[in-house]
Design a protein around this ligand. Sequence first.
Ligand code: B16
Ligand code: MG
Length: 218
Amino acid sequence: MSNKTFIFDLDGVIVDTAKYHFLAWQRLASQLGIEFTPEHNEQLKGVSRVRSLDLILKLGKIEALQEDKNKWLIQKNTEYLSYIEKVDQTEILPGVLSVLNYLKEHQQNIVLGSASKNARPILEKTGIIHYFDVIVDGNDVTNAKPDPEVFLQGAKKMNVTPNNCIVFEDSVAGIQAANIANMISIGIGEKEVLHEAQFVFPNFTHIDTTFLENLLKK
Ligand code: B16
Ligand code: MG
């Protein structure tokens, strides 16, 4: 059995925090008179905070001063932080812990590859930070997904080649980043949305040990 590197996205893959990003963006959008739906939100998943605000302003055809943008970014993050303050292990998505335990038992590398600058406190609050050999988050990268930087940094820090990495992602931008990085891409979510992924599962309870064993044999 070979040694592989499994790179996990955070929001929407490990924890159910994507809904909190949505709620915080939606409140800001409505304050600015912009209609912001769950469909619009799909384009924001995995996208950095700064770029997300630009996309929302574009949606409302609003051109804003940098000063205002800075204020709104702080407002959105403050609201998001108020939600994640209460996060605990119950927020871990179904099946995630079984997969993390399987990978640990089989001596596989486990890496976090998230666009979020709030990744570490979430891993701490949910009690799973010890699973990760390497953490790459929004504080480490300059280029946001679909740029593969976040995943390539993870591979580099583990001293492994991209073709031995497997990425779990819930966002279109993240799947594209994994594909560009020449890694195996596994979508967590809807097939119709994540059709560019090599495999798609509705959640981790659908990923069984046979599937994982086969990945280790590749
Ligand atoms: P923050 P992921 C991403 O995390 C989220 O999907 C995206 O909605 C968010 O805007 C981005 O992190 C930045 O997050 O504002 O906390 O720095 O999915 O890449 O783990
Ligand atoms: Mg995500």
